[in-house]
Structures are given as structure tokens and as C-alpha cells.
Design a protein around this ligand. Structure first.
Ligand SMILES: Nc1ncnc2c1ncn2[C@@H]1O[C@H](COP(=O)(O)OP(=O)(O)OP(=O)(O)O)[C@@H](O)[C@H]1O
Length: 615
């Protein structure tokens, strides 16, 4: 190379400001400079590829389109070369000496006015090329345009006040950027470091990236390809590479959208849930790209927390490459992308769940907690998530699951609510007296057996306009049913209830006859505004000083033999009647999981046994 002319240029005031910011404020993320330079190189070659279809006269048209990176540890330099469109003299001045990006100008202006440097905002604008000055104290740009008549140029700057330009002979088409690394940034002249950075940030760049003669980026950006061109094997290999996984993906979502935002997404659902295997909360596994260049491997605020089990890639050409990790969460565009993705994912789940219910059930049994968490935390998608819930019910076989949509198709005409019961397992629920009246009337009851279910139902409240109603609570209205056996008269019932209420005092809020029971004499109901037994158990587990008097509503079955005999005994044998009454209440509390102190119960049982034996 022999130089002919030399010109000195001062940077535009904004560039100086920008450089100052980049060099002094972005120091924590210095390594991104390579991503920026490789991305510029790739853009320049992409542009050339476009030109090739329209222009005949292209300088050095046979050159291979690749990025070549070479490090010279002795000299302390790093060189990034591409075979893209290059730049003419005018383009050099325009592109590397002035700021075209209007957002950047506005940002700098607002910062000047406020007089501060909000750290979280810095990365929002394009630092691009200038990030080279984070690691280099001199940058040389050798470039030759694709236009045949142009000559080569070199642009040199220390990134402080301005730059020098000279014409340069003997250059081939494209751009070569030589970084003279700062004394404390020499690590970037080490081959392994550079390789690692390319693998991290530029793995899917659409041109070969060569580091010291070897291609580093081997993986194709599968998400940008047509579905029909991708085999199952390729999908699986990509998933395992991207998610660092060994299992088979369970479900897959691959789509492209142009409006309102450009999105290419390839997402996977793994087959194992590590959280269930005791690994603690997993990190998000969906990475955000802009035109094949990684922006953030785990972008906060893109997808809701409950989707953290998803893996894959979202690529949006509309994103600014330099959006910072901190500003991600505040970005309206990122939020919008997230909304589009969640909608699509939910739709995919719904389709898969109805298309192959068996597969969905098997998957759901492992991943249910995520969907439940979603219901409790993601208000906007609550209803869609509720459709995906699965559970056993009084109409399923043990071990088989059903959903709320199916529940409603089986509901009786005029049934305006969804009945459920919380318990620790199916057997315990089925043995409880609560179910009797519902079974008798053919009303389906959902069994919620997971510790978090009660909380989930509380968050959900209703589904498809139908309220979710616990059958262990008071205030459930049932129609009359044909029941066998004679019942107490209304007056007899009334008088027995009064007797029992007087006997129990404040332990019960009310004693009344009801329609829920068939085979049991009494049942304890949780008053509508009171804590449920499950909540109580949880509170007690969390706080040893927790104390709150148990209060229930007692429902009696006026057809039950014990109840009928008790009605007679309360006048004839008041002493026995009192013992029986006390025992009935304790039995009901036991069935409800609410008997907290059994000392009185045991004493009473002993007295009853003594009576039964005639002593
Ligand atoms: N390797 C290159 N070959 C050709 N032109 C380049 C090259 N690198 C940079 N340029 C030109 O310089 C301009 C400024 O680059 P810079 O990286 O600062 O911003 P950008 O690429 O436009 O935006 P951003 O990096 O924020 O996405 C580019 O738009 C491009 O025209």
C-alpha cells in the first residue's frame, strides 16, 4: 500500500459525545464490540449479495463472501475483514464521521438537557462501529467500494477528536478493520477468546466466520428457513444445540410473521422439567436475535416468567441491535414481540392438547406447575391458560385427566357453576361426605389434589362465565333429589338444630339441614368468608404462633338414622344425646381435616363406650 493524499477531519460534535459515552460508560459489556463489527461485516455482504442480482459491474466479483478474523498477539492487533460492499470516500466520511441515526441524536440531546447519564439507557441507541474504541486506542478502516471506478481508502482514528483519511492502493473489495488493542484489552488478541465470542454472539451469522483460518460458526439459522426445508432430525439437532439439551423436544412452534412486527421464531418445549427434579427455578431459555445476531440469551421482560421452560430463538429484524439488556424490559417493541409469542404459544398448546390428549396429559403431569403459576400471575392470559388445566374428577377414571372445557360439555342443563373439591388425593376426596349429594344428582366434581390448586382456583375465580365453587363451603344450592328413607319433620329438624347449636355454642356458626348428604349424618362446611382447611394448614406450617379458632357450619342429614334417633334422644336421654352430638361434630371436623385437639374426643368416646357396654 502506498499513500498519496492525507486529510484530517474533526468528528461531528455528536460523535465525540457518543464516543465519550461508549468508551466510558459501556465498559462492562466491552466484548460486544466483536458482535457489532461482525454484524456490520455481515450486513455489508448481505448488501453485496443483493447487488449481485442487479449489477453486472462489481469490483472483484469472484471473492468468497466470508468474514475473516485474525489476531496477532505479538503486535496486539485484531483484524476483521469482509468482502462486502465496502465504502467510497464519501461514504466513509458520511458513515464513520457523522451520525445518521436520528434516535441517537435525540438521545444525546436529551442527555445534554438532563445533564446526566442514565446507565440503563445507554445501550438503546446504535453504538455499532464506535464500540471498537472500547477495546482499541487506534482503529484503522481499509475499504474499497464495490463500484469499479473507485479507489481504496484508509480511515484512521484514535477515537478522540477526529480521524485521518488517505487513499490506499492495492485493496480488494470490502472492508478490513484493524484494532490496535489497548494495553489492558490484549485478551482480544487471543484466538480462543475470539472463537468463544463468535460462538456466543455470531454463531448463526449467514456467512462463514473464519478465525485464524478455521470456520467457527457451523450452525445454520434454522428459524429463518422454510418449514418444508427442515427435517425432524435437523430440528432436533438444533434444539439440542441451542438448549444444550439431550432430550427430545415435546412440542415445537416455528413461525414467521411480518405484521405488525417482523418475527421469526423457532421454539421448543422440552420433555423433561428440571424444576420438578429438584433443580430449583430454571433460567429462561429463549434467546433474542436481530437478523441472526444474538442480542440477549435470556432477555428479561420478553416472555412471562411462567414460560421459562420454553427453549429456542426469536429473531426480529425490527429490533435495534444495540438495545441494552437493562432497557429491554422498558421497550414497547420487546413487549409487543412477547405478546405475539405468548398468543401463538397458547394457541399451539391448545391445538396440541385437543389433537392428542394422551400426549398432552403426560406432558401436563410434568409441567403443570408452570401453567398454574401462569394463572396466578399472568392476568391477561388467565382464561387461555385455564383451558389447558387438567385434573381428575368424579367422572374420570383414577389416573385419567380431564379439562374445564370438557367439564362444561358434560355439565347438566342449567348448571351455572363448576364444582370442585380440594383434597390431598383422589381416595381421600372420594371418601369424604361432601361428594355424596353431588354423586346422587350426577353432578361432576373436579378434584384438585395439588398443594397449589386452591390458590390457583382462587386466582381464576371463574371459567367461561361459570363460577368455580368449592363443595366444602357453605352456600351451595342443590336441587331436590329422590332420596330413600323417612326424614324428620320440619319442626323436629328445627328443634334438633336449635339443640345442637346451643350445645356447640361458638364452635359452629350455624346448624341446619341440607341436601348434600346421603349416607353420612352430618358434614362440616367452611363458611363462605372463612379460611379453608388447606389454607389453615398452610398458615400453620408457615407460622407456629398462628392461632385462629376453627368455625364451621354444620349441615345435618334429616334422613340419617343417627340424626333421627338423636332428635328423639335429646328429650328422652339428654345425657347420651349430648355425648353423641359432641361426637358427631368431632367426626365432621375430622373428615374436614379440622380437628386440632383430640383430647376431649377421646374422653367422650370412652364415656360413650361405657354407656354402650351398659355401665
Ligand atoms: N464492514 C462494513 N462495510 C461497509 N460499510 C460499513 C461497514 N461497517 C460499517 N459500515 C457503514 O457504517 C455505518 C455505520 O455503522 P454503525 O455500526 O455505526 O451503525 P449501523 O450499522 O448503521 O447501525 P447499528 O450498528 O446500530 O445497527 C453503517 O450503516 C454502514 O453503512
Amino acid at each position: 500500500m502506498s499513500t498519496t493524499t492525507s486529510e484530517k477531519h474533526g468528528f461531528q460534535a455528536e460523535i465525540q459525545q457518543l464516543l465519550d459515552l461508549v468508551v466510558h460508560s459501556l465498559y462492562t459489556d466491552r466484548e460486544i464490540f466483536l458482535r457489532e463489527l461482525v454484524s456490520n461485516a455481515s450486513d455489508a455482504m448481505e448488501k453485496l449479495r443483493h447487488l449481485e442480482s442487479t449489477e453486472k459491474d462489481i469490483q472483484d466479483s469472484g471473492l468468497p463472501l466470508e468474514v475473516t478474523i485474525s489476531a496477532d498477539q505479538e503486535a496486539g492487533t485484531l483484524t476483521i475483514q469482509d468482502r462486502g460492499i465496502g465504502m467510497t470516500r464519501e461514504e466513509l466520511v458520511e458513515n464513520l464521521g457523522t451520525i445518521a441515526h436520528s434516535g441517537t441524536k435525540a438521545f444525546l440531546q436529551s442527555m445534554k438537557e438532563s445533564g446526566s447519564t442514565p446507565a440503563g439507557m445507554i445501550g438503546q441507541f446504535g453504538v455499532g462501529f464506535y464500540s471498537a474504541f472500547m477495546v482499541a486506542d487506534e482503529v484503522q478502516v481499509f475499504t474499497r467500494s464495490w463500484r469499479k471506478d473507485g479507489e481504496g481508502w484508509v480511515w484512521i482514528s484514535d477515537g478522540k477528536t477526529g480521524y485521518e483519511m488517505e487513499s490506499a492502493e492495492g485493496l480488494e473489495r470490502g472492508t478490513k478493520i484493524v484494532l490496535k488493542l489497548k494495553e489492558d484489552q490484549k485478551e482480544y488478541a487471543e484466538e480462543y477468546r475470539i472463537k468463544h465470542l463468535v460462538e456466543t454472539y455470531s454463531n448463526f451469522v449467514g456467512f462463514p466466520v473464519m478465525v485464524d483460518g478455521k470456520r467457527v460458526n457451523e450452525i445454520e439459522a434454522l428459524w429463518l428457513k422454510n418449514k418444508s426445508e427442515i427435517s425432524e432430525e435437523e430440528y432436533k439437532a438444533f434444539y439440542q444445540f441451542q438448549a444444550k439439551a439431550f432430550d427430545e423436544p415435546q412440542y415445537r412452534l416455528h413461525f414467521a410473521a411480518d405484521a405488525p412486527i417482523s418475527i421469526n421464531a423457532l421454539l421448543f418445549v422440552p420433555s423433561e422439567n428440571p424444576e420438578r427434579m429438584g433443580f430449583g427455578k430454571v433460567d429462561g431459555g429463549v434467546a433474542l436475535y436481530c437478523k441472526k445476531v444474538l442480542i440477549d440469551a435470556d432477555p428479561k421482560g420478553l416472555l412471562p416468567e411462567w414460560l421459562r421452560f420454553m427453549k429456542g430463538v426469536i429473531d426480529s429484524a425490527d429490533l435495534p441491535l444495540n438495545i441494552s439488556r437493562e432497557s429491554m424490559q422498558d421497550s414497547a417493541l420487546v413487549r409487543k414481540i412477547g405478546q405475539v409469542i405468548v398468543k401463538r404459544v397458547l394457541k399451539m398448546f391448545e391445538k396440541e392438547a385437543s389433537g392428542d390428549p394422551e400426549k398432552w396429559q403426560a406432558f401436563y403431569k410434568k409441567f403443570d406447575r408452570f401453567f398454574k403459576e401462569g394463572i396466578a400471575t399472568d392476568f391477561a392470559h388467565r382464561e387461555a391458560l385455564a383451558k389447558l388445566l387438567r385434573f381428575e374428577s368424579s367422572m374420570t377414571e383414577a389416573g385419567k385427566l380431564t379439562g374445564l372445557v370438557d367439564y362444561l360439555t358434560r355439565a347438566k342443563e342449567g348448571q351455572e357453576v363448576i364444582y370442585y373439591l380440594v383434597g390431598s388425593n383422589r381416595d381421600q376426596i372420594e371418601a369424604s361426605p361432601y361428594l355424596e349429594g353431588f354423586r346422587k344428582r350426577g353432578l361432576e366434581v373436579v378434584y384438585f389434589t395439588d398443594a397449589v390448586d386452591e390458590y390457583v382456583v382462587d386466582s381464576l375465580g371463574d371459567f367461561d362465565g361459570k363460577k368455580l365453587v368449592s363443595i366444602a363451603k357453605s352456600g351451595v344450592d342443590l336441587e331436590d333429589a329422590e332420596l330413600d328413607g323417612e326424614a324428620l319433620s320440619e319442626e323436629e329438624t328445627q328443634s334438633l338444630c336449635e339443640f345442637l347449636k346451643a350445645e356447640f355454642g361458638d364452635r359452629v356458626t350455624q346448624v341446619a339441614a341440607g341436601k348434600r348428604l346421603v349416607d353420612s349424618p352430618v358434614v362440616a362446611l367452611t363458611p363462605e368468608d372463612a379460611m379453608t382447611p388447606q389454607m389453615r394448614a398452610m398458615m400453620k406450617a408457615m407460622d407456629e404462633n398462628f392461632s385462629d379458632e376453627v368455625k364451621v357450619e354444620l349441615e345435618i342429614n334429616p334422613r340419617h338414622e343417627i340424626v333421627r334417633k338423636l332428635a328423639a334422644a335429646k328429650d328422652a336421654e339428654p345425657e347420651v344425646a349430648k355425648l353423641v352430638a359432641g361426637q358427631l361434630l368431632d367426626n365432621a371436623l375430622m373428615a374436614a381435616g379440622l380437628l386440632e385437639d383430640a383430647r376431649e374426643t377421646v374422653k367422650r368416646m370412652n364415656a360413650l363406650m361405657a354407656k354402650a357396654l351398659g355401665s
